[in-house]
Design a protein around this ligand. Structure first.
Ligand code: SAM
Length: 280
C-alpha cells in the first residue's frame, strides 16, 4: 500500500468527486428521515495544502487552486455546499482541504450517521483521531471491500456508499464494478458512487459496459476530462459512476461539469460526459 492521498488532495479529480459528493448529500438532506454514509476508502479526512505531501506535487494548484474566481450564478448555487465545507475548514486552517469524510461530516444532521473506513494503519489512526468522541461518525481501520459487505444494508433505508479506491492493484476497476453491483443488490434503495481514474479511456469504456450490462437500476456515468491529447500513463480525467442517483443529479452535472472542465482543463478542448448507462 504505497498510495497516500495527501499528494493528490484538492487536485482536479478531488474537486470533481467532492463537488458531486456534496450534491448527492444535498439531495439526501431534502427529507427528514435519517441517512447513512459509508465511505469505504476514506483517507485521513482532512488535509493541509501547506503540508509536505501537497507541497511536493502542487497538484491542488490546478484543482481547488483554480476555483478562487466565482463562476456564474447557476454554477455557484450548486457549488454552495462544497464552498461551505471548504470555508468551514479554512476558518481554523487557511490551508486546510477537507477529504470526503470531513465533507460528509460537515453536512450531517443530528439524525444522520457515517462510517468511514481506511486500511492504511497510519491514515486510519489519523482518521480515528479526527472523529474521536464524535457520536455520529465511526472511523474504522479495515479493508473497505470487506467493510462494505458487512455493513449493508444499514438500518436507515436511505444513504450513500462512496467507493474511492487507490487503483494500485491490477483489476481494481473491474472489481469496483462487480462490488458496486453486488452491493446494490443487497441495499436496493442505497445510492452507490464509485470513483475511477481515466488514463486509457478504453478501460473506462469497458468498466462502463460492464455496469450497463449488469445494473438493474438507474446508473449514471459522469466524467471530467482535462486533457484531449490522451497519454495513458497520466491522469487525463476523472470519473464517477453513480447507481441510483438522486433524480436531479444528471441535470446538475450538466451544469457543473462543463464549467469545471473549462476551469480545470490543461488544454482548451477538454470536456465532460454525463450519460445514463441505464435509465432508472
Ligand atoms: N475518499 C478520500 C477522499 O475523497 O478524500 C480519498 C481516498 S484515496 C483515493 C484512497 C484511500 O484508500 C487511501 O487513503 C488508501 O490508503 C486507502 N486504501 C487502500 N486500500 C484500501 C482498502 N483495501 N480498504 C480501505 N482503504 C484502502
Amino acid at each position: 500500500m504505497n498510495y497516500r492521498h495527501g499528494y493528490h488532495a484538492g487536485n482536479f479529480a478531488d474537486v470533481m468527486k467532492h463537488v458531486l459528493l456534496t450534491r448527492i448529500l444535498a439531495h439526501l438532506l431534502k427529507k427528514d428521515a435519517a441517512f447513512r454514509v459509508i465511505d469505504t476508502h476514506a483517507g485521513i479526512g482532512l488535509h493541509d495544502l501547506d503540508g509536505e505531501e501537497a507541497q511536493r506535487t502542487g497538484e491542488w494548484r490546478d484543482g481547488i487552486g483554480r476555483l478562487e474566481e466565482p463562476f456564474g450564478d447557476d454554477v455557484e448555487a450548486l457549488l454552495a455546499p462544497y464552498r461551505q465545507a471548504i470555508s468551514a475548514v479554512r476558518a481554523t486552517n487557511p490551508a486546510g482541504y477537507p477529504g470526503s469524510p470531513m465533507i460528509t461530516r460537515l453536512m450531517l444532521r443530528r439524525q444522520d450517521r457515517a462510517i468511514v473506513v481506511e486500511r492504511h494503519p497510519e491514515d486510519a489512526a489519523r482518521l480515528a483521531a479526527l472523529f474521536l468522541r464524535d457520536r455520529q461518525v465511526k472511523a474504522l481501520e479495515l479493508d473497505g471491500w470487506t467493510a462494505l459487505n458487512a455493513m449493508i444494508p444499514p438500518k436507515e433505508r436511505r444513504g450513500l456508499v462512496l467507493i474511492d479506491p487507490p487503483f494500485e492493484e491490477v483489476g481494481e476497476l473491474a472489481r469496483l464494478g462487480r462490488e458496486m453491483l453486488k452491493a446494490q443488490s443487497k441495499w436496493e434503495t442505497g445510492i452507490f458512487a464509485g470513483w475511477y481514474p481515466i488514463k486509457d479511456p478504453a478501460d473506462a469504456d469497458r468498466f462502463a459496459d460492464d455496469l450497463a450490462t449488469g445494473s438493474r437500476t438507474g446508473t449514471l456515468r459522469l466524467e471530467l476530462m482535462i486533457e484531449t491529447r490522451i497519454d495513458p500513463a497520466r491522469l487525463n480525467g476523472s470519473g464517477l459512476v453513480v447507481i441510483n442517483p438522486p433524480w436531479k443529479l444528471a441535470e446538475e452535472a450538466e451544469i457543473l461539469l462543463p464549467a469545471l472542465a473549462k476551469r480545470l482543463a490543461r488544454d482548451s478542448r477538454a470536456g465532460f460526459r454525463c450519460e445514463w448507462l441505464r435509465e432508472g
